[in-house]
Design a protein around this ligand. Structure first.
Ligand code: 5AD
Ligand code: SF4
Length: 449
Protein backbone atom coordinates (compact mmCIF):
# COMPACT_ATOMS: atom_id res chain seq x y z
CA UNK A 1 0.00 0.00 0.00
CA UNK A 2 1.13 3.53 -0.74
CA UNK A 3 0.21 6.30 1.67
CA UNK A 4 0.48 10.07 1.84
CA UNK A 5 0.26 12.06 5.09
CA UNK A 6 -0.59 15.76 5.35
CA UNK A 7 -0.06 17.36 8.75
CA UNK A 8 -1.51 20.50 10.29
CA UNK A 9 -0.79 22.02 13.66
CA UNK A 10 1.70 21.61 16.45
CA UNK A 11 4.93 19.66 16.87
CA UNK A 12 2.99 16.91 18.57
CA UNK A 13 1.05 16.34 15.37
CA UNK A 14 4.25 16.42 13.32
CA UNK A 15 5.70 13.81 15.63
CA UNK A 16 2.51 11.69 15.57
CA UNK A 17 2.52 11.72 11.75
CA UNK A 18 6.17 10.77 11.72
CA UNK A 19 5.50 7.85 14.06
CA UNK A 20 2.51 6.71 11.99
CA UNK A 21 4.62 6.78 8.82
CA UNK A 22 7.27 4.59 10.44
CA UNK A 23 4.69 2.19 11.86
CA UNK A 24 3.16 1.80 8.38
CA UNK A 25 6.58 1.39 6.76
CA UNK A 26 7.39 -1.38 9.21
CA UNK A 27 4.29 -3.16 7.81
CA UNK A 28 5.68 -2.91 4.29
CA UNK A 29 3.69 0.20 3.26
CA UNK A 30 5.41 2.97 1.32
CA UNK A 31 5.23 6.73 1.60
CA UNK A 32 4.20 8.14 -1.79
CA UNK A 33 3.34 11.36 -3.56
CA UNK A 34 -0.25 12.56 -3.68
CA UNK A 35 -0.67 11.30 -7.22
CA UNK A 36 0.33 7.75 -6.38
CA UNK A 37 -1.12 7.28 -2.91
CA UNK A 38 -3.84 4.75 -2.19
CA UNK A 39 -4.44 6.05 1.32
CA UNK A 40 -4.58 9.75 2.25
CA UNK A 41 -4.07 10.53 5.89
CA UNK A 42 -4.79 14.03 7.14
CA UNK A 43 -3.60 14.82 10.66
CA UNK A 44 -5.61 17.80 11.84
CA UNK A 45 -5.56 20.75 14.25
CA UNK A 46 -8.52 22.61 15.72
CA UNK A 47 -6.79 24.98 18.12
CA UNK A 48 -8.00 27.95 16.09
CA UNK A 49 -10.68 28.33 13.46
CA UNK A 50 -8.27 28.78 10.54
CA UNK A 51 -6.44 25.45 10.71
CA UNK A 52 -9.80 23.72 11.17
CA UNK A 53 -11.17 25.25 7.98
CA UNK A 54 -8.02 24.16 6.14
CA UNK A 55 -8.85 20.53 6.91
CA UNK A 56 -12.17 20.70 5.10
CA UNK A 57 -10.67 22.39 2.07
CA UNK A 58 -7.84 19.84 2.05
CA UNK A 59 -10.34 16.94 2.11
CA UNK A 60 -12.31 18.61 -0.68
CA UNK A 61 -9.13 19.08 -2.69
CA UNK A 62 -7.96 15.49 -2.42
CA UNK A 63 -11.51 14.33 -3.33
CA UNK A 64 -10.39 14.30 -6.98
CA UNK A 65 -7.66 11.74 -6.22
CA UNK A 66 -10.09 9.67 -4.21
CA UNK A 67 -12.54 9.34 -7.08
CA UNK A 68 -10.08 7.69 -9.45
CA UNK A 69 -10.37 4.30 -7.75
CA UNK A 70 -12.89 3.01 -5.25
CA UNK A 71 -10.17 1.26 -3.28
CA UNK A 72 -8.44 4.55 -2.59
CA UNK A 73 -9.54 6.00 0.74
CA UNK A 74 -8.83 8.70 3.31
CA UNK A 75 -8.25 8.74 7.08
CA UNK A 76 -8.58 11.76 9.35
CA UNK A 77 -6.63 11.97 12.61
CA UNK A 78 -5.95 14.48 15.36
CA UNK A 79 -8.02 17.18 16.99
CA UNK A 80 -10.64 17.87 14.31
CA UNK A 81 -11.16 14.12 13.96
CA UNK A 82 -11.83 13.92 17.68
CA UNK A 83 -14.23 16.85 17.49
CA UNK A 84 -16.22 15.92 14.38
CA UNK A 85 -15.82 12.15 14.77
CA UNK A 86 -18.12 10.01 12.63
CA UNK A 87 -19.51 13.21 11.08
CA UNK A 88 -16.62 12.88 8.61
CA UNK A 89 -18.10 9.63 7.27
CA UNK A 90 -21.24 11.48 6.20
CA UNK A 91 -19.59 14.58 4.88
CA UNK A 92 -16.78 12.86 2.99
CA UNK A 93 -17.78 9.36 1.81
CA UNK A 94 -14.18 8.35 1.10
CA UNK A 95 -13.13 8.79 4.71
CA UNK A 96 -12.93 5.31 6.20
CA UNK A 97 -11.01 5.94 9.40
CA UNK A 98 -11.21 8.69 12.01
CA UNK A 99 -8.84 8.63 14.97
CA UNK A 100 -8.25 11.05 17.83
CA UNK A 101 -4.88 11.58 19.48
CA UNK A 102 -5.68 8.89 22.06
CA UNK A 103 -6.62 6.52 19.24
CA UNK A 104 -3.44 6.89 17.22
CA UNK A 105 -1.71 3.86 18.76
CA UNK A 106 -4.38 1.69 17.08
CA UNK A 107 -4.37 3.53 13.75
CA UNK A 108 -1.78 1.39 11.88
CA UNK A 109 -3.71 -1.83 12.55
CA UNK A 110 -7.00 -0.16 11.69
CA UNK A 111 -5.57 1.10 8.38
CA UNK A 112 -4.31 -2.38 7.56
CA UNK A 113 -7.73 -3.85 8.26
CA UNK A 114 -9.51 -1.30 6.11
CA UNK A 115 -7.03 -1.75 3.25
CA UNK A 116 -7.61 -5.51 3.26
CA UNK A 117 -11.37 -5.37 3.82
CA UNK A 118 -14.53 -4.49 2.03
CA UNK A 119 -15.42 -0.91 2.67
CA UNK A 120 -15.27 -1.10 6.45
CA UNK A 121 -15.25 2.15 8.47
CA UNK A 122 -13.53 2.52 11.81
CA UNK A 123 -13.69 5.27 14.45
CA UNK A 124 -11.01 5.34 17.18
CA UNK A 125 -12.36 8.14 19.34
CA UNK A 126 -12.31 6.83 22.90
CA UNK A 127 -10.31 8.75 25.47
CA UNK A 128 -7.96 6.71 27.60
CA UNK A 129 -6.93 7.53 31.14
CA UNK A 130 -3.42 6.10 31.13
CA UNK A 131 -0.74 6.68 28.46
CA UNK A 132 -0.73 3.81 26.00
CA UNK A 133 2.79 2.83 24.94
CA UNK A 134 3.06 2.80 21.19
CA UNK A 135 4.88 0.19 19.17
CA UNK A 136 8.47 1.21 18.42
CA UNK A 137 9.05 0.61 14.73
CA UNK A 138 12.47 -0.81 13.92
CA UNK A 139 13.29 2.15 11.73
CA UNK A 140 14.75 4.44 14.37
CA UNK A 141 16.00 7.11 12.03
CA UNK A 142 14.30 10.40 12.43
CA UNK A 143 12.00 12.84 10.71
CA UNK A 144 14.38 14.38 8.18
CA UNK A 145 16.58 12.08 6.15
CA UNK A 146 20.14 12.38 7.38
CA UNK A 147 19.03 14.30 10.43
CA UNK A 148 20.14 13.39 13.90
CA UNK A 149 17.35 15.15 15.74
CA UNK A 150 14.37 13.41 17.32
CA UNK A 151 11.16 14.20 19.16
CA UNK A 152 10.11 12.06 22.12
CA UNK A 153 6.58 12.15 23.51
CA UNK A 154 6.43 12.27 27.29
CA UNK A 155 2.70 12.79 27.79
CA UNK A 156 -0.61 13.39 26.07
CA UNK A 157 -3.54 15.68 26.79
CA UNK A 158 -4.00 18.58 29.18
CA UNK A 159 -5.86 19.24 32.43
CA UNK A 160 -5.74 23.00 32.49
CA UNK A 161 -8.90 24.13 30.76
CA UNK A 162 -7.66 27.61 29.90
CA UNK A 163 -10.85 29.48 29.00
CA UNK A 164 -10.04 29.85 25.27
CA UNK A 165 -8.59 26.42 24.60
CA UNK A 166 -10.11 23.40 22.94
CA UNK A 167 -7.16 21.07 23.62
CA UNK A 168 -8.47 19.43 26.82
CA UNK A 169 -11.61 18.51 24.85
CA UNK A 170 -9.80 17.15 21.80
CA UNK A 171 -6.76 15.56 23.41
CA UNK A 172 -8.36 14.51 26.65
CA UNK A 173 -6.94 14.55 30.18
CA UNK A 174 -3.25 14.60 30.88
CA UNK A 175 -1.61 11.18 30.71
CA UNK A 176 2.09 10.96 31.53
CA UNK A 177 4.25 8.28 30.12
CA UNK A 178 6.29 6.09 32.42
CA UNK A 179 9.64 7.90 32.92
CA UNK A 180 11.61 4.66 32.44
CA UNK A 181 10.01 4.19 29.01
CA UNK A 182 10.94 7.77 28.08
CA UNK A 183 14.56 7.33 29.22
CA UNK A 184 14.82 3.95 27.39
CA UNK A 185 13.56 5.48 24.17
CA UNK A 186 15.95 8.43 24.47
CA UNK A 187 18.88 6.14 25.15
CA UNK A 188 18.02 3.94 22.15
CA UNK A 189 17.84 7.04 19.96
CA UNK A 190 21.22 8.31 21.12
CA UNK A 191 22.73 4.87 20.54
CA UNK A 192 21.31 5.02 17.00
CA UNK A 193 23.16 8.30 16.41
CA UNK A 194 20.70 10.97 17.51
CA UNK A 195 22.45 14.05 18.96
CA UNK A 196 19.47 16.25 19.77
CA UNK A 197 16.20 15.33 21.49
CA UNK A 198 13.10 17.45 22.04
CA UNK A 199 10.78 16.19 24.78
CA UNK A 200 7.17 16.88 23.84
CA UNK A 201 3.99 17.37 25.80
CA UNK A 202 1.12 19.84 26.07
CA UNK A 203 2.33 20.92 29.47
CA UNK A 204 5.64 19.21 30.21
CA UNK A 205 6.05 20.88 33.60
CA UNK A 206 3.20 18.92 35.11
CA UNK A 207 4.68 15.62 33.88
CA UNK A 208 4.08 12.78 36.33
CA UNK A 209 1.40 14.61 38.28
CA UNK A 210 -1.61 12.76 36.87
CA UNK A 211 -3.33 9.46 37.50
CA UNK A 212 -0.96 7.47 35.31
CA UNK A 213 2.13 9.32 36.53
CA UNK A 214 4.62 7.74 38.88
CA UNK A 215 5.16 10.95 40.86
CA UNK A 216 8.63 11.43 39.34
CA UNK A 217 8.62 15.08 38.31
CA UNK A 218 9.59 16.69 35.03
CA UNK A 219 12.79 17.97 36.64
CA UNK A 220 13.72 14.37 37.61
CA UNK A 221 13.10 13.26 34.05
CA UNK A 222 15.08 16.14 32.60
CA UNK A 223 18.12 15.36 34.73
CA UNK A 224 17.93 11.66 33.77
CA UNK A 225 17.66 12.32 30.04
CA UNK A 226 20.37 15.00 30.10
CA UNK A 227 22.74 12.47 31.68
CA UNK A 228 22.60 10.15 28.64
CA UNK A 229 26.09 9.90 27.29
CA UNK A 230 26.39 11.32 23.77
CA UNK A 231 23.32 13.53 23.88
CA UNK A 232 24.56 16.95 22.73
CA UNK A 233 21.35 18.95 22.82
CA UNK A 234 18.16 18.61 24.84
CA UNK A 235 15.04 20.74 24.42
CA UNK A 236 11.49 20.51 25.68
CA UNK A 237 8.15 22.07 24.88
CA UNK A 238 5.55 23.30 25.89
CA UNK A 239 5.88 24.84 29.35
CA UNK A 240 3.02 26.32 31.34
CA UNK A 241 4.43 29.13 33.52
CA UNK A 242 2.30 28.15 36.51
CA UNK A 243 3.97 24.73 36.75
CA UNK A 244 7.62 25.48 36.07
CA UNK A 245 9.59 24.19 39.05
CA UNK A 246 12.69 25.90 40.54
CA UNK A 247 14.67 22.72 39.71
CA UNK A 248 13.83 23.16 36.02
CA UNK A 249 15.06 26.76 36.13
CA UNK A 250 18.17 25.52 37.91
CA UNK A 251 18.70 22.88 35.21
CA UNK A 252 19.32 25.65 32.66
CA UNK A 253 22.31 26.73 34.67
CA UNK A 254 23.61 23.27 35.56
CA UNK A 255 23.11 21.02 32.59
CA UNK A 256 25.34 21.87 29.70
CA UNK A 257 23.35 20.04 27.06
CA UNK A 258 20.06 21.78 27.89
CA UNK A 259 19.63 24.29 25.09
CA UNK A 260 19.43 27.97 26.06
CA UNK A 261 15.91 28.55 24.76
CA UNK A 262 12.47 28.27 26.24
CA UNK A 263 8.99 28.71 24.80
CA UNK A 264 6.95 30.11 27.67
CA UNK A 265 3.43 31.08 26.56
CA UNK A 266 2.35 34.33 28.23
CA UNK A 267 -0.97 34.75 26.33
CA UNK A 268 -1.66 38.18 27.84
CA UNK A 269 0.21 40.84 29.80
CA UNK A 270 -2.85 41.95 31.79
CA UNK A 271 -3.63 40.39 35.17
CA UNK A 272 -7.37 40.84 34.59
CA UNK A 273 -7.23 39.04 31.25
CA UNK A 274 -4.95 36.30 32.63
CA UNK A 275 -7.51 35.71 35.36
CA UNK A 276 -10.38 35.53 32.87
CA UNK A 277 -8.28 33.15 30.78
CA UNK A 278 -7.81 30.97 33.90
CA UNK A 279 -4.05 30.94 33.44
CA UNK A 280 -3.37 30.93 37.20
CA UNK A 281 -0.35 33.24 37.19
CA UNK A 282 0.12 36.99 37.25
CA UNK A 283 2.50 39.30 35.39
CA UNK A 284 4.59 39.49 38.56
CA UNK A 285 4.93 35.74 38.93
CA UNK A 286 5.75 35.39 35.23
CA UNK A 287 8.47 38.05 35.48
CA UNK A 288 9.99 36.30 38.51
CA UNK A 289 10.32 33.15 36.40
CA UNK A 290 11.89 35.13 33.56
CA UNK A 291 14.37 36.77 35.93
CA UNK A 292 15.23 33.35 37.40
CA UNK A 293 15.82 31.91 33.94
CA UNK A 294 18.00 34.83 32.87
CA UNK A 295 20.04 34.57 36.06
CA UNK A 296 20.55 30.83 35.53
CA UNK A 297 21.37 31.21 31.83
CA UNK A 298 22.10 34.77 30.68
CA UNK A 299 22.10 33.79 27.00
CA UNK A 300 18.63 32.18 27.17
CA UNK A 301 16.36 32.97 24.25
CA UNK A 302 12.71 33.29 25.24
CA UNK A 303 9.77 32.90 22.90
CA UNK A 304 6.05 33.00 23.58
CA UNK A 305 2.42 32.72 22.43
CA UNK A 306 0.10 35.72 22.72
CA UNK A 307 -3.62 36.16 22.17
CA UNK A 308 -5.11 39.57 21.40
CA UNK A 309 -8.80 40.44 21.57
CA UNK A 310 -9.75 37.98 24.30
CA UNK A 311 -13.33 38.82 25.46
CA UNK A 312 -13.22 41.89 27.70
CA UNK A 313 -9.66 42.94 26.68
CA UNK A 314 -9.43 46.74 26.85
CA UNK A 315 -6.85 49.02 25.26
CA UNK A 316 -5.19 49.25 28.69
CA UNK A 317 -5.04 45.44 28.96
CA UNK A 318 -3.48 45.30 25.52
CA UNK A 319 -0.92 47.95 26.54
CA UNK A 320 0.00 45.54 29.35
CA UNK A 321 0.80 42.90 26.73
CA UNK A 322 2.98 45.31 24.74
CA UNK A 323 4.80 46.27 27.94
CA UNK A 324 5.49 42.65 28.85
CA UNK A 325 6.76 41.86 25.35
CA UNK A 326 9.23 44.71 25.69
CA UNK A 327 10.20 43.94 29.27
CA UNK A 328 10.86 40.22 28.60
CA UNK A 329 12.43 40.94 25.20
CA UNK A 330 11.09 37.84 23.47
CA UNK A 331 13.23 36.84 20.57
CA UNK A 332 10.11 35.83 18.68
CA UNK A 333 6.46 35.18 19.37
CA UNK A 334 3.41 33.60 17.84
CA UNK A 335 0.47 35.94 18.17
CA UNK A 336 -3.15 35.21 17.39
CA UNK A 337 -6.48 36.94 17.33
CA UNK A 338 -8.79 35.27 19.82
CA UNK A 339 -11.25 32.97 18.05
CA UNK A 340 -14.26 31.26 19.62
CA UNK A 341 -13.87 27.48 19.77
CA UNK A 342 -16.83 25.20 20.32
CA UNK A 343 -17.46 24.33 23.95
CA UNK A 344 -14.74 26.45 25.60
CA UNK A 345 -15.62 28.74 28.53
CA UNK A 346 -14.69 31.99 26.73
CA UNK A 347 -17.47 31.47 24.18
CA UNK A 348 -19.87 32.79 26.83
CA UNK A 349 -17.65 35.65 27.98
CA UNK A 350 -18.56 39.25 27.09
CA UNK A 351 -17.95 41.74 25.70
CA UNK A 352 -16.38 40.37 22.54
CA UNK A 353 -13.71 42.64 21.08
CA UNK A 354 -14.55 44.23 17.73
CA UNK A 355 -12.72 42.13 15.09
CA UNK A 356 -11.32 45.24 13.39
CA UNK A 357 -9.93 46.45 16.72
CA UNK A 358 -8.42 43.00 17.37
CA UNK A 359 -6.75 43.02 13.94
CA UNK A 360 -5.24 46.42 14.67
CA UNK A 361 -3.91 45.23 18.03
CA UNK A 362 -2.41 42.19 16.36
CA UNK A 363 -0.62 44.39 13.83
CA UNK A 364 0.73 46.72 16.51
CA UNK A 365 1.95 43.74 18.51
CA UNK A 366 3.64 42.16 15.51
CA UNK A 367 5.33 45.43 14.55
CA UNK A 368 6.79 45.72 18.05
CA UNK A 369 7.87 42.07 17.98
CA UNK A 370 9.63 42.49 14.63
CA UNK A 371 11.73 45.33 15.95
CA UNK A 372 12.68 43.35 19.09
CA UNK A 373 13.51 40.28 16.98
CA UNK A 374 15.82 42.39 14.83
CA UNK A 375 17.60 43.79 17.89
CA UNK A 376 18.05 40.33 19.45
CA UNK A 377 19.60 38.93 16.28
CA UNK A 378 21.78 42.02 15.75
CA UNK A 379 23.19 41.57 19.27
CA UNK A 380 24.53 38.19 18.25
CA UNK A 381 26.94 39.55 15.65
CA UNK A 382 30.48 38.63 16.66
CA UNK A 383 29.39 35.85 19.05
CA UNK A 384 31.04 32.39 18.90
CA UNK A 385 28.57 29.56 18.54
CA UNK A 386 28.05 26.08 17.15
CA UNK A 387 25.86 25.24 14.15
CA UNK A 388 24.27 21.80 14.13
CA UNK A 389 24.03 21.14 10.40
CA UNK A 390 20.63 20.00 9.10
CA UNK A 391 21.26 20.10 5.36
CA UNK A 392 22.02 22.32 2.42
CA UNK A 393 20.77 25.89 2.64
CA UNK A 394 18.12 26.95 0.15
CA UNK A 395 20.20 29.91 -0.94
CA UNK A 396 23.41 29.09 -2.77
CA UNK A 397 25.76 31.66 -4.17
CA UNK A 398 29.48 31.92 -4.84
CA UNK A 399 32.01 29.08 -5.00
CA UNK A 400 31.45 27.58 -1.59
CA UNK A 401 28.43 25.51 -0.54
CA UNK A 402 25.97 27.07 1.89
CA UNK A 403 24.82 24.79 4.69
CA UNK A 404 21.88 25.36 7.02
CA UNK A 405 22.35 24.68 10.70
CA UNK A 406 20.94 25.70 14.04
CA UNK A 407 22.67 27.27 16.98
CA UNK A 408 22.03 25.92 20.51
CA UNK A 409 19.02 28.24 20.92
CA UNK A 410 17.52 26.88 17.70
CA UNK A 411 18.20 29.92 15.50
CA UNK A 412 18.93 29.21 11.86
CA UNK A 413 22.59 29.81 10.95
CA UNK A 414 23.75 29.55 7.35
CA UNK A 415 27.41 28.76 6.89
CA UNK A 416 29.47 28.64 3.68
CA UNK A 417 31.88 25.69 3.52
CA UNK A 418 34.13 24.02 1.01
CA UNK A 419 32.57 20.59 1.46
CA UNK A 420 29.57 20.18 -0.80
CA UNK A 421 28.32 16.99 0.82
CA UNK A 422 28.32 14.84 3.95
CA UNK A 423 28.04 17.50 6.65
CA UNK A 424 24.50 16.72 7.81
CA UNK A 425 24.49 15.90 11.50
CA UNK A 426 27.86 17.57 12.20
CA UNK A 427 28.48 20.35 14.69
CA UNK A 428 30.41 23.23 13.15
CA UNK A 429 32.02 25.90 15.36
CA UNK A 430 31.15 29.32 13.92
CA UNK A 431 31.37 33.04 14.52
CA UNK A 432 28.18 34.95 13.79
CA UNK A 433 29.08 37.50 11.14
CA UNK A 434 25.70 38.87 10.13
CA UNK A 435 22.13 39.03 11.38
CA UNK A 436 19.45 38.74 8.68
CA UNK A 437 15.74 39.34 9.29
CA UNK A 438 14.99 35.85 10.64
CA UNK A 439 18.33 34.05 10.53
CA UNK A 440 22.06 34.39 11.06
CA UNK A 441 25.12 34.03 8.86
CA UNK A 442 28.05 32.24 10.44
CA UNK A 443 31.69 31.82 9.49
CA UNK A 444 33.36 28.53 10.30
CA UNK A 445 36.08 28.89 12.92
CA UNK A 446 36.97 25.29 13.73
CA UNK A 447 36.76 21.64 12.63
CA UNK A 448 33.36 19.97 12.27
CA UNK A 449 32.76 17.17 14.79
N1 5AD B 1 -8.02 31.71 19.93
C1 5AD B 1 -6.79 32.22 19.60
N2 5AD B 1 -5.64 31.61 19.91
C2 5AD B 1 -5.70 30.45 20.58
N3 5AD B 1 -4.74 29.63 21.03
C3 5AD B 1 -5.31 28.58 21.65
N4 5AD B 1 -6.65 28.70 21.61
C4 5AD B 1 -6.92 29.87 20.96
C5 5AD B 1 -8.12 30.54 20.61
N5 5AD B 1 -9.32 30.07 20.93
C6 5AD B 1 -3.31 29.91 20.89
C7 5AD B 1 -2.62 30.04 22.24
C8 5AD B 1 -1.85 28.76 22.35
C9 5AD B 1 -1.50 28.49 20.89
C10 5AD B 1 -1.07 27.12 20.58
O1 5AD B 1 -2.69 28.83 20.21
O2 5AD B 1 -1.77 31.16 22.20
O3 5AD B 1 -0.70 28.87 23.17
FE1 SF4 C 1 -4.72 24.72 26.09
FE2 SF4 C 1 -4.05 25.85 28.44
FE3 SF4 C 1 -3.74 23.19 28.08
FE4 SF4 C 1 -2.13 24.90 26.79
S1 SF4 C 1 -2.26 24.63 29.02
S2 SF4 C 1 -3.18 23.08 25.90
S3 SF4 C 1 -3.49 26.60 26.38
S4 SF4 C 1 -5.70 24.32 28.09
Amino acid sequence: MKFHITTFGCQMNVHDSDWLARALESRGWQAASEDEAQVYIVNTCSVRDKPEQKVYSELGRIGAHLERDENVFAAVGGCVAQQVGRGFFERFPHVRLVFGSDGIAGAPNALERIAGGDGERIALLDFISVYEERERPEERTVSLPGSRQAFVNIMQGCDNFCAYCIVPYTRGRQKSRNPDAVVDECRALVEAGVREITLLGQNVNSFGMDKGGTGDSFADLLFRVAAIDGLDRLRFTTSHPKDIAPEVIRAFGELENICPSLHLPLQSGSDAVLKAMRRKYTRGRYLDIVDGLKAARPDISLTTDLIVGFPGETEADFQGTLEMVERVGYESSFSFKYSDRPGVAAVNMEPKVDPQEASERLMRLQTLQNSITRKCLKNLEGVHSVAFIEGLSRMQDGEATWWKGRDPAGRIINVAMEQSEGLEGFMVPVTVVEAKKHSLVGQRNGEPW
